[in-house]
Design a protein around this ligand. Sequence first.
Ligand code: TXA
Ligand code: MG
Length: 364
Amino acid sequence: MTTIVSATDAGLAQAALALQQGRPVVIPTETVYGLAADATNPDAIASVFAAKSRPSDDPLIVHVAPGLLRRPRVEGLIDLGIVADDLEPAQRAAADALVDAFWPGPLTLVLPCGPAIPPSVTSRLPSVAIRMPAHPVARAVIEAAGRPLVAPSANLFGRISPTTAQAAASELQGRVDLVVDGGRCDVGVESTVVRVDADGGLGLLRPGAVTRVDLERVSGTSPYDVGASEGTAGSPGRLLRHYAPATPLVIVPTGPSSWPEARWSDLRARLGRGAGRLAYVAWSTPAEAARTALAGLGAQVDVRTLSPDGTVTGAAHALYAVLREVDDLGADLIVVERPPGGGGLADAVADRLQRAAHGTAPLP
Ligand code: TXA
Ligand code: MG
C-alpha cells in the first residue's frame, strides 16, 4: 500500500523514522519528486534501485540540507565524508562559487567522492553528485532524518518524472510505502547537473533551470557539453531514450499553419488515414484554435496547451504533468511543439522532449 501524507509535523516525523530505518520515502523537491533513502545505508540504496527497476550503473544524487552542514560550502560536504578532502584548489574554488550562487536550488555538482558514500550510490564512479534542494519540505525531511539522502526522480526507470504527489504515488504504487505531499513542483524539470573538473572547468551533464549563462556568469568560464565529447559514459541521465511516455512521441518545430504537405500526409498515414487518435501538445496556441487547425487530419484530436502564457518557465512547470495526461489518453501518437527559440530553460525542455521522442521516426 502506498500512502500520501501531508507535510505536517506528524507526516515529517513518519517520513524521518522510515528513512532512519532504511525504508525509501517519496519526497517533493522544487524540480521533481524524488524517491529518497539514507545515502549512507547500502541496503536502503539497494531498495531504491529495486523500487525504480533502475540499472545499477546509473548513479544517484546525494541531497543535503543546511542543517546537516557544520561549515559552509564544500568544506561542509568534506566534513560529512560526502566529498573527498583532496580537491584541487581551482576545483574547490569553482565549486564554492557555484554553491554560494545556486544552493539551495536546482543545481547538482559532480565532485570527487568522499568515504561516507557507499559505492552503489555512485555506481562505483570515483565521483559523486550532490545537491541542496530549495523545497522547504525536502529540507525539513533531510534535517529530520539527520542524514544525507539519495533521491532519484520518483518514476520507474526511463519514464516521466512525477511533479505531484499523486503522480509519484501512481507511478510507484505498491513499491513504496510513503509519499510526502509538498504540492506541485515549481520548476518541473530535473536539476542541472554539472561536473567540476580539477582545473575548475565545468562539464554540463544535464541542462536544467540553472542555465549555461547562469553558470558562465558565476564561474567566468564557459561550460562544455559532456554529451558531445563523452557520449553517455558516466551519466546515464544522458541515455538517448529517457523521460519517455509509453505512447510514441514526435516533435514538430512549429504549429500546423506552416507545415509542409509531406508532414500532413505522413501524419495521416500514421493515424490510419483518419481512423486514429492524436494527442497534440501546442506550445501556447489555445486548444480550440489548434484543434481547428488540425481538423484536416480527420482523426480524433485531443489538444493540450503547454504554456498558455507563452513563457518557458510555464512550459517547464507543466511539461511532465501534460505528458502524463496525454500518455493516458490511449492515443496512437503524441505530437509536441518544440519551444520557440533556444537557450536557458528552453534547452532543458527541448532536451527532455528529444529523449522522449527517441526511437520514434521523426515527421518530415
Ligand atoms: O532534480 C533532480 O536532480 C531530481 C530531484 C528528485 O532532486 N533528481 C534526479 O535524480 O533527477 P536522477 O537519479 O533521476 O538523475 C540523476 C542524474 C543522472 O543523469 C545521473 O547519471 C547523474 O545525475 N549522476 C549522478 N551521479 C553522477 C556522477 N557521479 N557522475 C556523473 N553523473 C552523475
Ligand atoms: Mg530520473
